[in-house]
Structures are given as C-alpha cells and as structure tokens.
Design a protein around this ligand. Structure first.
Ligand code: UGA
Length: 433
C-alpha cells in the first residue's frame, strides 16, 4: 500500500515508521523543512524509545520517505492520514481544528482520478469527518474519496509497542470498500491478536474521546481514594489490587500520582465536555474530573507545606523527573509546571534532574537549577520529590548520596517501600499510604 502521513508529530511519525516497517511505502509530509531535513538524517523531533532506529532502518531501505511536498505525496498515495495538531483553542476549551481543515482544503485539489481514503488519525471531535467530507465534496465526486475516522491509542514512551500490539483497531466508516482496504492494511496486526472493529465515523470519533475521558476518570478516582487512604492509614496499593482484580474494573490505570498530564487527557477531557455542551448534554462527571485533577498539584504543594510545618523558605528541594510521565521529554501539562514555581514562590530552592535534560520552562525562574546527574541533584537536599517514575530513580541509595543528616523523601509515584525506608531511618511519604 502507498501511504501518506501529513504531520510528523507523535501520531504521524510513529504510525508512518511502523507502517513502513510492516512493508508499506510511506511518505511522511510536514511543512517544517527543518524537521524533514533532520528526519532524513535520522534525527527524530521527539524522544520516543526505539523510534529513531525504526526511522533510520526504514529510511535506509527506501520504504519510508520524508517530504515537504504535499501535492506529490498525496498524488502517489492510496491512503492519506491526517495527523496534524488539534490543540485546545486559546480562549475556550474547544478544539482548534484549523490545521485539519487547512489540510483538507489543500488536498482537495490533489485528489484527481484515483480513489483515495482520507483518514483522520488526529483526535478530532464528533462531526469533524462530516465537515472534511463537505470540504472535499466541493469540487470532487464522492466516488473519488472516502473520509474515515481511525483514532490512535498510542501512549508516549510506549508508542511503538502500542502500535504493534494494540488492544483494538477502530475504523469509522460506512463505506464497505474503504473498510475492506483498511482491514487488509491492518491484517498483520489483526493476525497478532488485535481486535478490529468497524463503526460509523461519528462513533469512532467519540470512542477516542470517551476512552481518554474514562481513563482520566479512573486515575482521578484512585487519586481521590488515595487522599482518603492517607487519612485512614490504609495503603492505596491494597485498594488498587483489591478493586482491580474485579474484571469489570480492571487493574490498569489505578496508580495514584501527581494527577494526569500530557498532551492528551487534559485536552481531550475539555474537548468532550465542549462537544457535549454543543449538543446540550451536561457531562458533569467529566467536568468534576477536570476540576479535581487541576486541584491536585495544589493539594501536593499543601502536603509539602505540612511536611516542613510551614517553613519552606530556603529549603533545598530536589525534583527527580519533571516530565509528565517517564520515557518522554514531554512537559505538556506536567504537574511540575505548577509545583515548582509555586514552591519557589514560597521561598524554596529547587534543584532538578531529568533524564531528558534541562527544560526551557524553568530557565527563567529564579532559584531553579538543573543538575546533570542524580548525585549532584540530591547532594544538598532537605526534601526529595520523586515526580516521574523513570527506571533511573528506582534503586537510589539516598543515604550515600545526600550529605545531610536529616532529609525527607516525598515519593509521588510510590516507587519505594515505606517499610524499607523506615528500616533505613529515612523520613518518607508516598501517595495514599
Ligand atoms: C494517553 C492514552 O493512554 C493513549 O491511549 C492515547 O492514545 C493518548 O493519551 C492520546 O490520546 O494520544 P499518554 O498521554 O501518552 O496516552 O500517557 P498515559 O500513559 O495514558 O498517561 C497519561 C497521564 O496519566 C500521565 O500523567 C500519567 O502519569 C498518568 N497516569 C497514568 C497515572 O497517574 N496513573 C496511572 O495509573 C496511569
């Protein structure tokens, strides 16, 4: 199959490289020349384990190409995946679809005599496919193209594995011909066990938002139960295991932490609420999830205040990890973006280490410094906040690295055993235990 991916962000680049690896001829298009030139040299614009190797391998064997020429790339392809950004609008919670519609308008004139499937892979609100179809229909016969929704369920940091072993592949189309072609495209993954479901286009668009809203709800639920556990001397892990073993609930996404962040859950929960508002439906549950998650960083800051009995001024606080999750360099909606400036305001001195390097987000903030390794970051700490669950942080000998007699650990990811910490005489706090 000849495939074209428009937009070389997470969704476009990972899917493009993986489809090339499955034997398809892929061209990834982006208007950013610099990005395209770097990709040709094998340099990925994002940090994602295994991605650079996959890009290099498939670029070398000629199955993966990079281009800024949208016209030629669309012309040679049978299937066009729209993978451009769908951020939240600046002044409202609605999704900014300008990039998606601009692509649709451009490719309209490039659909000539050969049948093409146009796929939205970016997360787009219900009815976006209908709008794209209207745009493309303006001067084209409907027989020349089919607009299909095929949402992506990749997680950052695990994107390649998630592509190869997806729980399900969702194809939103009522067009029998398009469905047959796409089932064939995905057959290598279906034969490995992925479930393939064909729904209407609108249902497929909503499946993506409902999935993310549900997962965000699950995380927020366990975070609130963790708050209760802290007051009642119960270990949240017992609760996660105890409820997770019920197959109707399931054990995944029940890890409490600093609240969900990243480029998807915060954006998509707001967007689904906005879509529902448009149809005069009140998604009150999702609305309270958003509120609860927004308040979470403040709750954690209050806990730090309690730990120091209100005396945060001049305390050295070390952050281990600042990204929203491990195995990514993504800072979007990370709780550290709220916690660090707020603790600085209270007079703390922050030193942080992140395996993906220094972050420009903190460069201009006074009293925030980056350390090149864990040892230097920990050195003078009064309090260590384990913010992100990188493997690098899972077996640190704190006593040998911190030069102070008394220091405290606040483990926002429950990496360490409270019992072992107690035995080592280290003052330790986790989440919900
Ligand atoms: C999420 C979904 O998991 C993917 O299926 C989806 O494709 C993607 O959004 C998207 O819409 O593109 P991602 O944002 O990469 O993927 O990361 P997750 O692993 O889902 O984590 C999201 C947030 O929830 C992180 O801040 C993480 O630390 C937090 N989390 C996750 C918890 O606090 N507890 C958990 O048990 C799981």
């Amino acid at each position: 199959m000849k495939l074209c991916f428009i937009g070389t962000g997470y969704v476009g680049l990972v899917s493009g490289a993986c489809f090339a690896d499955l034997g398809n001829d892929v061209v990834c298009v982006d208007k950013d020349l610099n990005k395209i030139e770097n990709l040709k040299k094998g340099i990925s614009p994002i940090y994602e384990p295994g991605l650079e190797e996959l890009v290099k391998k498939n670029y070398r064997n000629g199955r993966l190409k990079f281009s800024t020429n949208l016209k030629d790339s669309v012309a040679i392809s049978n299937i066009i995946f729209i993978c451009v950004g769908t951020p939240t609008k600046k002044k409202s919670n609605a999704t900014d679809l300008s990039q998606v519609y601009s692509v649709a308008k451009k490719i309209r004139s490039y659909i000539t005599s050969k049948f093409k499937i146009i796929i939205t892979k970016s997360t787009v609100p219900v009815t976006t496919g209908d709008e794209i179809e209207k745009i493309l229909s303006k001067n084209k016969s409907k027989k020349l193209f089919s607009v299909v929704s095929n949402p992506e369920f990749l997680r950052e940091g695990e994107a390649i594995r998630d592509f190869i072993y997806p729980d399900r592949i969702v194809i939103g189309t009522s067009d029998v011909k398009a469905n047959k072609i796409l089932k064939n495209l995905y057959s290598p993954l279906i034969s490995k066990g992925a479930k393939y479901i064909n729904t209407t286009r609108r249902a497929s668009e909503l499946i993506k938002y409902a999935s993310n809203a549900f997962l965000a709800t699950k995380i927020t639920f366990i975070n609130e139960i963790a708050n209760l556990c802290e007051k009642t001397n119960i270990n949240i892990e017992d609760i996660s295991i105890g409820i997770g073993l019920d197959k109707r609930i399931g054990s995944r996404f029940l890890r409490p932490g600093p609240g969900y962040g990243g480029s998807c859950f915060p954006k998509d929960t707001k967007s689904i609420v906005k879509t529902a508002d448009k149809f005069k439906i009140n998604l009150s549950l999702v609305k309270s999830v958003i509120k609860s998650n927004q308040k979470r960083s403040l709750l954690l800051i209050n806990k730090v205040n309690e730990i120091f009995r209100g005396k945060i001024k001049n305390k050295n606080i070390c952050f281990l990890g600042v990204t929203f999750k491990a195995n990514t360099d993504d800072m979007r909606e990370s709780s550290s973006l709220v916690m660090i400036p707020s603790l600085v305001k209270k007079g703390a001195k922050i030193n942080y280490y992140d395996p993906t390097g220094e972050k420009k987000n903190f460069k201009k903030i006074k009293n925030v410094t980056f350390s090149k390794d864990i040892k230097t970051a920990l050195h003078k700490s009064d309090l260590v906040i384990i913010h992100t669950e990188w493997n690098d942080f899972k077996s640190i000998n704190f006593k040998s690295l911190i030069k102070k007699k008394h220091f405290i650990i606040y483990d926002l990811r429950n990496i360490y055993s409270p019992l072992k910490m107690k035995k080592s005489k280290i003052k330790y706090f986790g989440i919900g235990r």
